[in-house]
Design a protein around this ligand. Structure first.
Ligand SMILES: NC(=O)c1ccc[n+]([C@@H]2O[C@H](COP(=O)([O-])OP(=O)(O)OC[C@H]3O[C@@H](n4cnc5c(N)ncnc54)[C@H](OP(=O)(O)O)[C@@H]3O)[C@@H](O)[C@H]2O)c1
Length: 479
């Protein structure tokens, strides 16, 4: 450990709901010898939090700082090698600390999901942080670590196989269970209020490349707005609806691509959806979930309904209880097609409420990664993303902590160029394996075989689950 700072890691916001969980994770998992401090605006409440963390934290220093007091923030940034902040809403309370860390050459990480805050941070702090050698890493929780590391893993697997660039890449949330805290709701409402008040901010929030380091250099790939409603996705073979975090995650993943010199590809088209399967109830579930999401957004946007919801929903400082945090989970698949015609499938999964139990693991491991794994990190500084700041080092830590992150090829590379009008990936199936073929048709992986059957080829792609079920394929493999 470098001796130029009093501490290795400080948790700012340790008295809040997420901050207490992150502090608890570090108390239970940081290796001995790592010097950790707790920061917040009340010394008395910090002492109460520390007392609840057990013997491992009994001698952790307490630092009093307020996000409105620049002197206290400068002292905080100088005290530690890594500051992690759970003080939100971040656009209202976060920028001064980022500026202090950038100027002091101190690594910084947080749990924000606020696009407008990150845009401000990039504009104000990227160059200063890059010059001072500081890694400023936003979005180190459920948004956007699974998306960012999941896509990085697919890119690395495709590159290792010589399978070309990533093209259409879709993250599908296949299962998720968890709660929400008052701080998260306050942050969502804060961003909504900002967007309502300013046409310029509305435009930034709606821009798929809102976090780009070089907006004019981004490729024009047509409409890349986040899907808003339920629809049957023929490529995935399932009903999909919007994913509530797509608005932040997709921007972070696109920034990761740009910060790596568009290493994923210049034709990288990325989107995130919630998957509802292809069963008879799927269209209803997808429609109901999409409508409910729109209703909550609308409810939070208007004064009277917002006031009513505020009485029903958790207040700042409150969040999901111990049982909800323990029994929660998330399961994510990422489907990608590459320029060489291969298909890849990534999986990111963890047990525990995504926003709180799993996010405290993600932010806690981020803090340890920035503090302890410096020699394994990419040689970058500035306002970065989880993938570009830590990449494989963070993925390895999360795997050790029990999270699943995998990426594998699910088709072979094509042996010949696909015939015009045929799907671009190779058939790894054979006519002797009708079961696998049918499973794959259901999953809508393209195959390079002539399809024929009791229906037409379009039967296999029908939006109707019944028509697809009844389609009996025979194939004539061209391979
Ligand atoms: N990305 C994710 O997956 C994820 C998951 C969870 C949370 N989050 C985000 O994390 C943030 C915190 O959420 P939360 O539920 O923990 O909120 P919270 O319980 O309301 O905690 C907010 C914290 O900020 C502190 N604070 C408020 N004003 C301050 C000021 N002027 N100076 C210093 N500290 C101040 C509070 O201190 P006091 O105790 O003194 O009031 C408290 O410690 C939110 O923005 C939320 O969206 C993101």
């Amino acid at each position: 450990m470098s001796g130029d700072r009093e501490l290795d890691v400080v948790v700012f916001g340790a008295t809040g709901f997420a901050g207490r969980l992150v502090a608890g994770y570090l108390a239970g998992h940081a290796p001995g010898g790592v010097r950790i401090g707790l920061a917040g605006r009340s010394g008395r409440r910090l002492a109460d939090v520390r007392a609840g963390l057990g013997a491992a934290a009994s001698d952790w220093p307490l630092l009093v700082a307020d996000s409105a007091d620049l002197v206290s923030l400068a002292a905080l940034a100088r005290a530690a090698r890594v500051v992690v902040s759970t003080v939100g809403p971040y656009r209202a309370r976060g920028l001064a600390l980022v500026e202090a860390c950038a100027g002091a050459g101190t690594d910084y990480a947080d749990l924000t999901g606020e696009v407008l805050f990150i845009r401000d941070s990039i504009d104000r702090c990227h160059d200063v942080a890059a010059a001072a050698g500081a890694r400023i890493v936003h979005c180190c929780g459920f948004d956007s670590v699974p998306s960012d590391l999941g896509v990085l893993g697919l890119h690395e697997a495709a590159r290792a196989d010589g399978a070309g660039d990533l093209l259409d890449t879709t993250l599908v949330v296949t299962a998720v269970r968890g709660g929400v805290s008052g701080g998260t709701l306050a942050s969502m409402m804060g961003q909504q209020a900002d967007v309502r008040a300013s046409a310029q901010l509305r435009e930034i929030a709606a821009d798929p490349y809102a976090l780009s380091p070089d907006r004019v250099a981004e490729p024009d790939l047509g409409d890349e707005h986040d899907p808003g409603w339920a629809r049957f996705d023929g490529g995935l073979g399932m009903w999909t609806g919007p994913f509530v975090m797509a608005g932040i995650n997709t921007r972070v993943v696109r920034r990761s691509n740009a910060l790596q010199g568009w290493a994923y590809g210049r034709q990288f088209r990325y989107r995130e959806v919630t998957g509802f399967g292809a069963g008879p109830a799927a269209p209803l579930l997808a429609g109901a979930a999409s409508t409910a999401l729109k209703a909550v957004e609308a409810g939070l946007a208007f004064g009277p309904s917002r006031a009513m919801l505020a009485r029903l929903l958790p207040s700042p400082g409150q969040g999901p209880g111990e049982r909800t945090r323990r029994t929660g989970y998330f399961r994510i698949q990422i489907h990608a097609r590459t320029s060489a015609g291969a298909r890849y499938l990534g999986a990111v999964e963890a047990q525990g409420d995504p926003g709180y139990a799993a996010s405290s693991v993600m932010l806690g491991e981020t803090a340890l990664c920035l503090a302890l794994d410096r020699d394994q990190l990419p040689g970058r500084a500035g306002v970065l993303t989880p993938a570009t700041a830590m990449g494989a080092a963070l993925a390895a830590r999360l795997r050790s902590a029990g999270h699943i992150l995998t990426a594998r090829q699910v088709t072979q590379l094509p042996r010949t160029r696909p015939r015009p009008g045929w799907p671009a990936s190779c058939c790894t199936l054979c006519p002797a394996r009708p079961q696998r073929l049918r499973a794959r048709l259901r999953a809508r992986d393209s195959i390079n075989c002539r399809l024929a059957g009791s229906g037409s080829e379009s039967g296999a792609r029908s939006k109707s689950p019944r028509v697809r079920r009844d389609f009996r394929p025979r194939i004539a493999c061209r391979g």
